[in-house]
Ligand binder design. Structure first.
Ligand SMILES: *Cc1c(COP(=O)(O)O)cnc(C)c1O
Length: 339
């Protein structure tokens, strides 16, 4: 397994020689869509009457929560596993995840009959997500205090045991596959002016930036939680720095590390990045539940919270807010609804 020695990475994460840090081309994205389409339906783009009225805009929700595993993450894995090098089929894939990334990988791995190992933090913030990964046939290992420590362990295991290490962001195949959502938005709403998307590792914001942003010249805006703003800072300053802490109840965007590839794409094609407070995420969860009858998790609520923050800019525009996932744990739901 000596040919899979970690390579020098422009960020603080480990990459292997198979990690190509070239942004996917438009052609790559259309090719990826052909594969994704074999496994997944297009997701609905549904007008929200309540948000349209409140924000004085035409607001559409891209319902990524309707995909299998209830988040957008799964889109990229079909494209990645479809192109998996033969020598990784037996050892299989390894990644680290707070939940949705792992569930997506487990689903695609099962489809292609490839083993999947997922390292989750010991805190197990969302046990349902972990249980689902096991139900999908993945091996789940709990390690580290957060997803970044889990990632370091997964990187080490990959180097030792020859798994294909699936990076959370430095994977052109994942970004190209996830960009199929942007192509769907372009087909359904070519008049989109603004799209606001959560940023964790940045793969999906980069994917929308390469489609709705680059190809339609719409404004693609990224959002992070104010307590987990590593990518926001890197995007503003142009310096990749890992933070010591990340604090937010929205585990889907709770990360301390900017990833070089999505960051590079976002710097070129994202028009803005903003921060929202956890209390605004919670208010947005309550609002979507009460007014739109949609359950969202914390990370997904950030696009709606950001739309409220930017309301002056959005008036009169066609706005797309991806609902990135709905895997909210029962305990978090109880606390949020009781407030
Ligand atoms: C992972 C995730 C995000 C953030 O996506 P990135 O591509 O990592 O930036 C947002 N929302 C949900 C529900 C997620 O699972």
């Amino acid at each position: 397994m000596t040919s899979y020695k970690p390579a020098e990475s422009p960020d603080k994460t480990t990459i292997f020689s198979y990690h190509d840090l070239t942004p996917p081309t438009t052609r790559d994205i259309y090719e990826a869509r052909k594969i994704v389409r074999q496994y997944l339906p297009s997701t609905p783009l549904v007008r929200s009457e309540s948000l349209s009225a409140t924000l004085d805009a035409d607001v559409y929700l891209k319902r990524e929560d309707t995909l299998p595993t209830n988040s957008f993450k799964i889109r990229g894995f079909y494209n990645l596993v479809d192109d998996l090098n033969e020598e990784f089929r037996e050892p299989g894939l390894i990644t680290s995840s707070m939940g949705n990334h792992g569930q997506g990988m487990a689903t695609a791995a099962r489809e292609f009959d490839v083993p999947a190992v997922i390292v989750v933090p010991e805190t197990l913030e969302n046990p349902t997500k972990t249980d689902n990964m096991e139900r999908l046939g993945a091996t789940v290992i709990a390690h580290g205090r957060d997803v970044d420590e889990a990632r370091e362990y997964a990187e080490q295991q990959a180097a030792e045991k020859g798994y294909r290490y699936v990076h959370g962001g430095n994977e052109p195949h994942l970004i190209a596959g996830r960009a199929s959502a942007g192509l769907e938005v372009m087909a359904d709403r070519p008049d989109v002016d603004v799209l606001i998307n959560p940023v964790g590792g940045g793969s999906s914001a980069a994917a929308y930036a390469l489609t709705v942003g680059k190809l339609l010249s719409a404004d693609v805006i990224g959002v992070q939680a104010s307590g987990a703003d590593a990518v926001y800072r890197a995007w503003k300053d142009g310096v990749i720095e890992m933070q010591d802490n990340a604090e937010t109840f929205a585990e889907g965007i709770k990360t301390r590390t900017p990833f070089a590839l999505p960051l590079e794409i976002m710097q070129e094609h994202l028009s803005e990045m903003i921060l929202v407070e956890d209390e605004d995420l919670q208010a947005s969860i309550r609002r979507l539940l009460a007014d739109d009858s949609i359950l969202v998790e914390g990370a997904a609520a950030s696009s709606v919270a950001a739309a409220f923050q930017l309301r002056d800019k959005l008036a009169g525009k066609t706005v797309v807010l991806p609902i990135s996932g709905s895997n909210l744990s029962m305990s978090k739901l109880r606390t949020i609804v009781a407030d």
